[in-house]
Design a protein around this ligand. Structure first.
Ligand code: KG4
Ligand code: ZN
Length: 341
């Protein structure tokens, strides 16, 4: 079975071709440069860029995979959550193609795709669901921070999520306060590597809260007040590096502690982690160390699959079709606020 996957939920236009769990092609066109001068994603610009790029990228993915469009067996696209007009480009193009080719169409929840991307690795990238075991999954992206109990493949339940800002949003907003270029998360990560994480004691919001929920807006506000009272911190590179390391340490400690606690409480032996923020080097390292101490196995999505991509869309669609959980109609609506349940 060959699946064409499409992802346009935010500022990456991506098309992938999957065959029997193997990623034959995963072309990602990032719009980072386009949005950089505005300091964030501009939905109208993102949409126009998706419109411009989607068909060429689709052609490139098919040609890299050596697959003719007529040989595609099913088509999948992100249905939500995401920016409404951006989602519309990918979803309706993919759905139309499925209709014209008379092939099944599978709408995909963006978070669910992130979740299962942790089960894809190797070279070439391939799905490793034969190794599946019940797990607690941390999904950390620009828009969401979720802890999910995955009882069986495609059977999961959200344990908790952020009640305000997502972890990635916190990275990005703090980076903006410091004056770092967009996108702030990766830049803050880079500077933090040279800083002292104990230089400043920022709050660890909800770290002792018994729920599996998160809150990061207070941390962002704490940094804002800190900078108001200590503007000199922004004057030297070393002080900025210490600030970045200290903020990152606060975010990472909350994410790691709450993930381990949720896994131990749920009685699972495995943790998975995915989403854009899982590119963060300290988070990858510290989650690894904490899982080893707690004797939990860990699967972190490969860096290239952490940020938005269509391979995760195609892989999930294939699993859904194999489990007869797919769809064969062509009247799907975009769902900008689609929740993972
Ligand atoms: O999953 P993703 O590509 O898009 C969404 O679905 O939101 O995640 C993007 C988020 C952004 O907030 C970005 O700053 C963050 O992931 N991010 C990072 C790093 N790389 C990407 N945050 C911290 N450290 C990084 N290295
Ligand atoms: Zn995402």
């Amino acid at each position: 079975m060959k699946i064409l996957g499409v992802e346009t939920s935010c500022d990456e236009t991506s098309v992938a071709v999957i065959a029997e769990g193997v990623v034959l092609a995963n072309v990602v066109s990032s719009q980072i440069k386009l949005h950089a001068e505005y300091g964030g994603v501009v939905p109208e610009l993102a949409t126009r860029e998706h419109l411009r790029n989607l068909l060429p990228i689709c052609g490139e993915a098919l040609s890299l995979a050596g697959v003719a469009v007529s040989d595609v067996d099913a088509i999948a696209a992100t249905q939500g959550p995401g920016l409404p007009s951006a989602l519309m480009v990918g979803l309706y193009a993919a759905e139309s193609l499925a209709f014209v080719l008379d092939k099944p169409f599978v709408p995909i929840n963006h978070h669910e795709a992130h979740l299962y991307s942790a089960w894809v690795s190797g070279n070439p990238l391939r799905a490793e669901f034969a190794e599946f075991e019940p797990s607690v999954s941390l999904i950390v992206s620009g828009g969401h921070t979720l802890l999910v109990l995955v009882e069986a493949e495609l059977r999961h339940r959200v344990l908790g999520g952020t009640i305000d800002d997502a972890a990635g949003e916190c990275f990005d907003k703090v980076a903006k306060l410091i004056g770092l270029p967009y996108p702030g998360g990766p830049e803050l990560d880079r500077l933090a590597q040279f800083g002292n994480p104990c230089a400043h004691a920022f709050p660890r919001p909800m770290i002792h809260d018994p729920t599996d929920d998160f809150s990061f807006s207070g941390l962002k506000t704490a940094v804002r007040y800190f900078l108001r009272d200590h503007p000199e911190v922004l004057e030297t590179r070393a002080a900025i590096q210490d600030l970045c390391a200290s903020v990152q340490a606060a975010i990472v400690e909350v994410l790691v502690k709450k993930t381990i606690r949720a896994a131990l409480r749920a009685g699972v032996k495995c943790v998975t982690a995915s989403g854009g923020v899982m590119c963060n080097s300290a988070l990858r390292r510290e989650l690894g160390e904490a899982c080893a101490v707690a004797r939990l196995s860990l699967r972190i999505a490969e860096r290239g699959l952490c940020t938005d991509n269509a391979a995760m869309v195609g892989i999930l669609a294939e699993r859904k079709l194999l489990q007869k959980d797919g769809a064969h109609r062509y009247d799907f609506e975009i769902a900008p606020g689609l929740a993972l349940v």
